[in-house]
Design a protein around this ligand. Structure first.
Ligand SMILES: Cc1cc2nc3c(=O)[nH]c(=O)nc-3n(C[C@H](O)[C@H](O)[C@H](O)COP(=O)(O)OP(=O)(O)OC[C@H]3O[C@@H](n4cnc5c(N)ncnc54)[C@H](O)[C@@H]3O)c2cc1C
Length: 415
């Protein structure tokens, strides 16, 4: 994000994350993209060794015990090496570990969080089903009680890390007759009898991160593996929106940053009609617009991270800010990546530069963890609620009345 806003400690953390990103072997990135690697155990192991997993998770479980600003700083640097690696980095240590620490038992924290933050095990987050991802409450995966256990059956798809995961955070319907918000339970499901993952997708980008289908056939889990109790899945889902979406925003900033750096170098050196192409406004302005958008993304991410850290921002407003960040930042980064590819001409479209991989990879950001259309829906919802509940009651000037015809109430027709 922005160096000048950071403390010395935050800058040191950024440098640690940069050193980790420099460590990532080029072969790992290329082999993942070529799907010669289906799940990069080595990467997570190294991240764990460097204590760079679970930035916001308490130190007693192996995390850093820091806040959202620090999480954003590390996510940006992690995103630089590869979007696929950043997705894996975020899902296990940022999302699933937070769910367990916030809503799970001490037993689960010891069994999943502690080894996961060392890079020894992995946990995937499983919401999306073949019949739909946006319609979360329409889930068809079910769990039925059997004594002290629950028997889960159903399928999830497009699950990052499904191939390498030892644990799965799974939402299932436990009370079909209840209203949507009260019918779901979030279970931690260990890989075992009845659990099968299939690595089947030909993905456009973010390859090599184990994204696959999860098939659960009569999987028995004890009730104590439910996070937030039976039928308490909605609260977990609501809470996870923050790490899913703010995390996506910050790591996307990191993944697109190299595109600007590469395009800047290229347009400084590449000549056409006798001049470096950066001198042509059509080129230089695209780079300028990209830098401007990246700074705007960082500003929004930083502000939202501060809002999340403060603990004082109303949940609805925070949800709006997080959704705005996810939508604005991922769409801006998409524009940036395309601008950068455009100013490099034909060579930008080849594998001589990593621009084409960055473009393929970050396209996911507008789709996953809730599509940007769903973000729009949340922003709309939260804005209207906030306006009617809070903002319209604030003691501020009523500018609507600063019009010549403001008193013509018979002209103010609403029905
Ligand atoms: C590479 C990859 C990795 C992924 N990783 C994970 C993961 O780890 N875990 C996981 O659970 N999921 C994961 N996903 C799934 C992802 O989150 C979903 O694909 C996404 O939420 C959309 O769901 P869907 O594909 O079922 O599309 P649908 O829900 O069918 O949506 C199709 C289109 O309709 C629009 N739409 C739907 N409902 C509305 C509405 N009410 N208003 C406006 N527009 C609407 C959507 O915006 C979209 O444009 C991943 C997906 C991919 C491709």
């Amino acid at each position: 994000m922005f160096d000048f806003l950071y403390t010395g400690e935050q800058l040191r953390l950024r440098d640690e994350a940069r050193a980790f990103t420099k460590w990532v072997p080029k072969e790992m990135i290329l082999d993942m993209d070529a799907e010669k690697i289906q799940f990069p155990h080595e990467y997570l192991k190294e991240a764990g060794k460097r204590n760079l997993l679970g930035i916001r998770i308490a130190k007693k479980y192996g995390g850093r015990g820091l806040g959202w600003i620090e999480d954003g700083i590390v996510a940006e640097e992690v995103g630089v090496a590869s979007y696929s690696l950043a997705c894996l980095w975020g899902v296990g240590a940022d999302i699933v570990c937070e769910a367990i620490c916030e809503f799970g038992s001490e037993e689960l924290r010891q069994a999943v969080v502690v080894p996961l933050l060392k890079g020894d095990v992995y946990a995937a987050e499983c919401l999306t089903e073949p019949r739909g991802g946006s319609d979360f409450f329409g889930a068809a995966t079910t769990a039925r009680r059997d004594g002290d256990d629950w028997i889960i059956s159903g399928q999830k798809r497009f699950i990052v890390g499904a191939e390498g995961a030892d644990w799965f955070l799974v939402y299932a319907v436990t009370d079909p007759s209840a209203p949507p918000h009260k019918r779901m339970t979030c279970f931690m499901v260990p890989r075992g009898k009845g659990v099968e993952s299939k690595y089947i997708y030909g993905l456009m980008g973010v390859r090599g991160g184990g994204a696959g289908r999860l098939i659960m056939t009569d999987v028995r889990v004890p009730e104590r593996y439910a996070l937030n109790g039976i039928n308490g899945g909605f609260d977990v889902f609501q809470r996870m929106m923050i790490p899913e979406r703010l995390g996506t925003a910050t790591m996307t900033i990191g993944s697109v940053r190299p595109a600007i750096e590469i395009a800047t170098r290229y347009t400084t050196m590449r000549k056409a009609f006798g001049f470096p192409i950066m001198n042509f406004q059509a080129v230089g302005f695209k780079v300028a617009d990209s830098v401007m958008l990246l700074d705007a993304c960082r500003s929004l991410a930083y502000t939202t991270a501060r809002a999340a850290d403060s603990g004082t921002v109303h949940a609805g407003r925070l949800r709006r800010m997080v959704s705005e960040s996810k939508k604005f930042i991922t769409e801006s980064c998409w524009t940036i990546a395309n601008n950068c590819m455009q100013v490099m001409g034909g060579i930008g479209y080849t594998s001589v530069y990593p621009l084409e991989r960055i473009v393929r990879d970050i396209r996911l950001s507008m789709i996953w963890v809730g599509t940007n259309e769903i973000m729009q829906y949340i922003i709309q919802n939260e804005w209207y609620k906030e306006y009617h509940k809070v903002l319209s009651k604030e003691d501020v000037r009523d500018v609507e009345m600063d019009a010549l015809g403001a008193d013509l109430s018979e002209e103010k027709v609403y029905e």
